[in-house]
Design a protein around this ligand. Structure first.
Ligand code: NAD
Ligand code: MG
Length: 286
């Protein structure tokens, strides 16, 4: 999508599926060209079935990495499509369905990935959940808030704890934050707060893990066309999705993946840790 086009009104139940989206997102299937940036690395990408996670999986595979993908069981068709692209790039894909709000599953996920891939070098904490609600804080419901915080913050900590039993010197963690950490929307107060927390955790872990030679960074996307949007925003809001950023349009998952590759790559980002890279279409991340 070269310039701002209105998205057709559409709605899905969370977590949403790629096949029901109009237009189909661009995950770099036809465009991403690798150059060995992640040669021989083994990566776990949570929420790697769709959206930004799928684009990262395709890019990682074309950069030479084997990829394990976490996702919800109801997203099986999306996960299989991502795995197909990873295998087409000549790399190993491993599918790990399960609910990250379940502490024991989340804590064990990195072990499953390491068992399947023979080790683990890169963790991308990409799974996330939001639900737009009214603009008043009165409309916050505890069960919703709990799901948002467990998915975006608790699970990130649990998966990371598991991964740190495997990540070697030269390993990397990339957390997916959001423009919402900087410019929070009234309709996403709980979600935005978890993204601010993820930035804070990123800096904190970079401090702790530097001595182990493990780099920790975050990518903060702006509005990106993924299943999360039709599954969690109202249909009307979507028609203007992305129109209010300086570049005047929503981004595609394919436009976020290169930032994740950069931060994951020991070749390109060996001295980059504790930072947040904005991919926002022009909105500020400071
Ligand atoms: P997406 O729906 O394609 O990906 C999110 C994934 O999270 C889902 O595919 C699902 O597999 C996973 N997930 C959610 N709840 C889970 C659970 N309980 N257990 C296991 N997996 C679970 O949407 P996306 O936009 O690509 O989202 C990826 C990340 O990008 C999220 O962290 C999101 O907050 C962030 N983000 C997205 C946007 C955007 O505009 N799309 C903007 C800023 C940040
Ligand atoms: Mg999905």
């Amino acid at each position: 999508m070269a310039h701002h086009d209105q998205f057709p009104p559409q709605q899905q139940e969370p977590p949403g599926l790629t096949g029901a989206m109009d237009p189909t997102p661009d995950h770099g299937e036809a465009s991403y060209q690798g150059s060995g940036r992640l040669s021989g690395r083994r990566a776990l990408i949570t929420g790697g079935d769709s959206g930004i996670g799928r684009a990262a999986a395709i890019a990682f595979a074309r950069e030479g990495a084997d990829v394990a993908i976490g996702y919800l069981a109801v997203e099986q068709e999306d996960a299989e499509e991502t795995a197909r692209w990873v295998r087409e790039a000549g790399r190993t894909a491993c599918l790990l369905p399960g609910d990250l709000t379940d502490e024991s599953f989340a804590r064990g996920l990195a072990q499953q990935a390491a068992d399947a891939l023979g080790g683990l070098d890169v963790l991308v904490n990409n799974a996330g959940y939001q639900m737009a609600r009214g603009t008043s804080i009165d409309t916050l419901d505890s069960a919703d808030v709990d799901r948002v915080i467990r998915t975006n913050l608790y699970a990130l900590l649990w998966v990371t704890q598991g991964a740190l039993r495997h990540l070697p010197r030269g390993g990397a963690i990339v957390n997916i934050s959001s423009i919402q950490a900087y410019e929070p929307s009234g309709t996403l107060v709980d979600y935005a707060s978890t993204k601010a927390a993820i930035n804070n955790v990123t800096v904190n872990l970079a401090g702790e893990l530097g001595a182990r030679g493990i780099r920790v960074n975050a990518v903060a996307p702006g509005p990106v066309w993924t299943p999360l949007q039709p599954a969690t925003q109202d249909a009307e809001h979507l028609t203007e999705f992305g129109a209010n950023v300086p570049l005047g349009r929503a981004g595609q998952p394919a436009e976020v993946a290169p930032a994740i590759v950069f931060l994951a790559s020991e070749r390109d980002a060996s001295y980059v840790s504790g930072t947040v890279l904005g991919v926002t279409g022009g909105r500020p991340v400071f």
